[in-house]
Write a protein that binds this ligand. Structure first.
Ligand SMILES: Cc1ncc(COP(=O)(O)O)c(C=O)c1O
Length: 414
């Protein structure tokens, strides 16, 4: 992996990233990213890229996007001090509350931004994929808001794990299509959505839910999500008395993490930790810790880190949290790992469940199972770094996880 970078590249790439020069014009984050797609999809991606270049930083688009974030999503979300966790962990702990955003997770920032873009690009309908269901719910809500029909592709396994979110999507007017192929989780749902897009690339807008996939999605999603880190940075300075010594976010595809980290990249006194699902153990197939245990390769149109066997076959994954259960990761995270700016570490299913329980009991917040991984890792770090200031990206709320949580009753765990 190290051989992908020449000596001195790390500093240059970090500087380029901080200066907003990445991705480059080919959609690359250093060696990662790009666009590896079948010929049939090239016109659709080119049209999308032109649209993003034309509208994303245009004043009218930004004005409308910011107004929707404020009036409909409910931004800025709170920065909550966590006094009981702080006392227990011996650190000063602060939580960036994306669970308080409309529909209950950070996914809504991206969904409303892309739905507004779809309108501007003249799309007749929107398709989306979802893992945990949060992006599906966010897409359904955003499409209702802008008046576009929405179809959501979802792995059949995830539909079982996230039943409340399937019902929410239906109520918000979306059609949900069960994907039985492959691992019947997020990877299969993305494949199916891309296949559908080819059938009508002009009429359909594909609203991708994380900072993954071919260029321009990783860039587009980061630009729509970095409001999390912009707000958190300003709130830490104003409310917490300074920037964090360490910031933690869970990593599935990596959208909440890049949203939190990107505005903090230049603050090199802040250590950044992306937390991946260690699942039930280190064996291939038992986790979805792509950066911690994977190798570079191409997945779903992007050169990034992926979980693969010795023959290069992409591996099926396991995580207790549907939203982290993905064998790839956004290419910008692959770069941030390669240049050493972000550390990618793991928390297991069991550790996430324990952390979720502790947060409920200590602070009265039922967080998402995805997010609980970030708490588990932050707690471990706190034990070795007493007195430090910690920021945790609370990416979403846990109500959607009740069908899973009910299988682990509190009395049995005490
Ligand atoms: C609450 C929550 N956090 C995190 C994630 C992981 O996605 P990402 O890594 O793109 O933030 C999901 C995905 O569904 C989610 O629902």
């Amino acid at each position: 992996m190290k051989s992908l970078l020449e000596s001195g590249d790390a500093e240059k790439l970090l500087a380029a990233s901080i200066n907003g020069e990445l991705p480059d014009e080919r959609g690359r984050f250093g060696p990662f990213g790009g666009r590896y797609i079948p010929e049939t999809l090239v016109p659709a991606f080119e049209r999308l890229e032109q649209g993003v270049r034309k509208f994303l930083h245009d004043d009218d688009f930004q004005k409308e996007f910011r107004a929707e974030l404020h009036n409909w999503v409910g931004r800025p979300t709170a920065l909550t001090p966590a006094p009981t966790l702080s006392a227990r962990w011996g650190c000063d702990v602060w939580l960036k509350r994306e669970d308080l955003a409309h529909t209950g997770a950070h996914k809504i920032n991206n969904a409303i931004g892309q739905a507004l873009l779809a309108k501007r690009l003249g799309a007749k309908r929107v398709i989306a994929e979802t893992g945990a269901g949060q992006h599906g719910v966010a897409s359904a809500a955003a499409c209702a808001r802008v008046g576009l029909p929405c179809t959501v592709y979802m792995g059949a396994l995830d539909m079982q794990r996230q039943a409340p979110n399937v019902d929410r999507m239906h109520r918000l007017g979306a059609e949900v299509v069960a994907v039985e192929s492959g691992d019947a989780t997020l990877r299969a749902a993305i494949d199916e959505a891309m296949r559908c897009w080819v059938s009508d690339p002009d009429g359909i807008y594909y609203l991708l839910g994380s900072a993954v996939g071919p260029h321009p999605y990783p860039w587009l999603v980061r630009e729509l999500q970095n409001v999390i880190g912009e707000e958190a940075r300003e709130q830490m300075l104003r409310l917490a008395g300074g920037l964090p010594d360490a910031a933690f976010a869970c990593v599935g595809g990596g959208s909440n993490a890049i949203g939190l980290f990107y505005p903090l990249l230049a603050d090199t006194q802040t250590e950044l930790f992306g937390v991946e699902p260690g699942g039930r153990g280190p064996g291939l197939g038992d986790n979805a810790a792509t950066l911690a245990t994977g190798r570079p390769g191409v997945l779903q149109g992007s050169y990034t880190m992926i979980l693969q066997d010795d023959d290069g076959q992409v591996q099926e994954t396991h995580s207790i949290s549907a939203g982290l259960d993905y064998s790839g990761v956004g290419p910008e995270h692959a770069l941030l790992q390669a240049i050493g700016r972000v550390n990618y570490i793991m928390a297991s299913d069991e550790e996430a469940l324990d952390a979720l329980g502790e947060l409920c009991e200590a602070e009265g917040i039922l967080t998402a199972l995805e997010t609980a991984h970030a708490y588990a890792a932050a707690k471990k770090w706190a034990a070795n770094n007493p007195g430090k200031r910690i920021l945790i990206g609370n990416s979403g709320r846990g109500d959607k996880d009740m069908p899973t949580l009910i299988q682990y009753p509190v009395s049995a765990r005490k």
